[in-house]
Write a protein that binds this ligand. Structure first.
Ligand code: MN
Length: 485
């Protein structure tokens, strides 16, 4: 499959800024809480008062190391913080502390799924740890701009991919996969609306085989949908520009989500413009083997491995597994249910998966709930499935039980008891009902016997109705066939 647009190939690399999940900032003890009153989470250090010194938040470093494992990267035993100098009103110190020369993680990669079902490896150049800046607020007043420093100094990881992606689809798959991995690890909430995952996209185009064209950086994209729109717009814009005889010059652009277009922000700075130099107030970060190994031992099972295991252990389809493992908690609950079934996974897992995906998720979506706010323990799903497998109830009756379970949180066996829903297996009971049905519909019975076999469904339905939906469907079919001849 090629990704060419009008004979042009798009080259895409992404820089993802992920806010590290910590309670306090990277170099101070101020809270990282979101949505609080402006400038209520600002220490003297965050406000860059003279003489204040940074103290490194070791937990932020630990999370970055785990993220490094998550992307199959090399954890560097020595990393170092540098000052990146630039002026902006939301940056009171006049520099951002970042890891430029010696990042903590290098040479990683993750696999993404392609539209054709194949896989592609996207290489990741580095993860470095840095501080976030504050926020300028321009829309509160027509006269003034305001600065909120609550975000100033919040720990970020910048995850820089190689320019390995060739379409907006691949870029979206990459961000989704990265987000899933970081959430599994717990290193970042990846809530794009709250800005704790932001994407910068570098986009250029070339004719296949040519050397790389000048790239455009689109800054601070804060939703997956906007990422796709921004990249597609930018590819199209560059093609039109070049084909009309103009040149693309390296610059930074912003995506306007209202107009779905990018527009020029500034010409792109090069590293030299920032006058990077080692921060004299911070020691190098030196990692011991003990620390690295301890963090490695704390790593959760990651999505790719979990997927493989679910394929082997539970015999589910790939697409069902993708739904179940998208969220780590859902995957854990699914397994909890499977393990609590009376039956072996090979018998129960598929049914439990179906009930979770088709019935449970539908209800959760409708009621805008999450799987963590269920009104009953997840093993009830397994109990329901057990009742189906052992033929105490039919799949149809199970839906009635399920509705009750959602409503009042009772265990399925109790609901079956209370509503007397146990399946009628007794052949003589079923047979006597069938005989009654035939007696009451003599004309139809004659027509069936004369060859109008599509009437069979009528007799099944009528029998089931008289058994209040509780008859065993296979037995009804079998006895009907015998009786009608
Ligand atoms: Mn950055």
């Amino acid at each position: 499959m090629d990704n060419l647009v009008k004979g042009w190939e798009a080259i895409i690399g992404l820089e993802v800024h992920a806010q590290i999940s910590t309670k306090s900032k990277l170099f101070s003890r101020s809270s990282t809480g979101f949505g609080n009153d402006p400038n209520t989470q600002v220490s003297f250090y965050d406000a860059a008062m003279p003489g204040m010194l940074p103290t490194l938040n070791e937990n932020a470093i630990d999370q970055a190391i785990k993220s490094g494992f998550g992307i199959n990267g090399t954890i560097n035993k020595m990393s170092r913080f540098d000052r990146k100098n630039y002026f902006y009103p939301d940056l009171p110190s006049g520099y951002q502390i970042s890891q430029f020369y010696y990042p903590i993680v290098t040479d990683g990669h993750i696999d993404i799924s392609l539209q054709n079902g194949g896989k592609k490896t996207v290489n990741i150049e580095r993860i470095h740890v840095e501080q976030d800046a504050g926020k300028s607020i321009h829309d509160l007043s027509s006269e003034f701009s305001y600065v909120d420093l609550n975000r100033s100094g919040v720990p970020l990881m910048e995850i820089v991919s190689k320019p390995d992606m060739r379409s907006s689809y691949e870029a979206i798959q990459y961000v989704k996969k990265l987000r899933m991995i970081l959430r599994y690890i717990g290193a970042c909430d990846c809530n794009m609306e709250q800005g704790n995952l932001r994407v910068d996209a570098n986009v250029s185009i070339r004719k296949p085989g040519d050397s790389l064209g000048s790239r455009i950086e689109i800054k601070n994209i804060n939703s997956i949908r906007f990422l796709g729109q921004a990249i597609d717009y930018e590819i199209e814009r560059q093609i039109i520009t070049i084909e009309s005889g103009e040149k693309i010059t390296q610059e930074t652009r912003l995506f306007d989500s209202n107009l779905t277009e990018t527009r020029s922000m500034r010409s792109k700075e090069n590293a030299a413009d920032y006058r990077y130099f080692p921060d004299p107030d911070l020691k190098s970060v030196i990692l011991t083997d003990d620390r690295i190994n301890k963090l490695k031992s704390e790593m959760p099972e990651l999505p790719d491995i979990k997927r493989e295991r679910f394929l082997n252990d539970y015999g589910l389809s790939g697409s069902d597994i993708d739904v179940l493992i998208e969220d780590k908690q859902t995957a854990l609950l699914f397994e909890e249910a499977v393990l609590s079934s009376k039956f072996k996974p090979i018998e129960s897992a598929k049914l439990i998966s179906n009930w979770m995906i088709c019935e449970l998720f539908a209800v959760l979506n409708k009621e805008e709930k999450t799987i963590n706010s269920l009104g009953f323990p997840i093993r009830y799903i397994a109990e329901l499935v057990d009742l189906i497998i052992e033929k105490t109830i039919s799949g149809k009756i199970a839906k009635t039980v399920f509705v009750e379970m959602i409503k009042n949180g009772d265990p399925p066996a109790k609901i079956v008891q209370d509503l007397s829903l146990i399946q009628i297996q007794d052949e003589s009971t079923i047979k006597s009902i069938i005989e009654q049905v035939i007696k009451d519909n003599p004309t139809l019975a004659e027509q069936y016997k004369a060859g109008k076999i599509q009437l069979f469904g009528f007799f099944v339905g009528e029998t089931m109705k008289r058994l209040q939906g509780k008859g065993n469907p296979e037995k009804i079919n079998e006895i009907l066939r015998e009786t009608l001849g």
